[in-house]
Design a protein around this ligand. Sequence first.
Ligand SMILES: CC(C)(COP(=O)(O)OP(=O)(O)OC[C@H]1O[C@@H](n2cnc3c(N)ncnc32)[C@H](O)[C@@H]1OP(=O)(O)O)[C@@H](O)C(=O)NCCC(=O)NCCS
Length: 192
Amino acid sequence: MRKEQVVSCPDSLKMTVAIRIRPMNFADIEGVLEIDRISFPTPWPESSYRYELSSNPFSRLWVAEVVQEFGEPKLAGMIVLWLIEDEAHIATLAVHPDFRRERIGMRLLAYALHDSLGHGVREAMLEVRQSNLAAQSLYQKFGFEIVARRPRYYKDNNEDALLMNLMDLDQAALEVFLEGDPENARVGYGQA
Ligand SMILES: CC(C)(COP(=O)(O)OP(=O)(O)OC[C@H]1O[C@@H](n2cnc3c(N)ncnc32)[C@H](O)[C@@H]1OP(=O)(O)O)[C@@H](O)C(=O)NCCC(=O)NCCS
């Protein structure tokens, strides 16, 4: 798979001509930190992103940017995965509020999981706040299932985490998600 992908633009993104997914680099950190701070009550510090980019051999980091008719591309979202043996742990995923509900989160997740297949990954897991129904809905669309609860996992408010797992990553289904057609992709999951 290419390390950069340009996907077609949903009609609702008025001035956007494409969504591009590419590896994160150091120049992205400022924009990534802004998205992180808006999106999470306990955002990662800058040092975490620098460490993941420079020193963590298990880390895969991607950004989505919107390419608009005029002006520079805008950073719209990011995802970080840790690939450990045949498992991908989704460490963080967020989309800037200006660009939510445009299936950018879905495409980032699909792209990152698709990439991880090439590294021998066969299943994926993550923790999500029990109150975060938007993210849970996204993950369930991919076939993630809740497999455990981690009581008081989040220290800022003692909220429980739900552990979600996706077994047997399906390359064909992920490719349909990349095209922004989850209704068809869903058919590829849950058919054990
Ligand atoms: C969760 C998040 C990444 C989703 O990104 P997004 O680009 O807005 O999501 P998408 O447009 O790709 O949505 C894909 C699916 O996710 C679900 N979804 C996304 N946002 C939703 C919302 N606000 N309410 C309900 N479902 C939602 C829907 O099932 C949606 O499918 P649909 O388009 O057919 O309705 C984004 O809301 C975000 O950054 N939230 C804050 C950070 C966060 O919670 N990250 C996850 C940590 S575990």
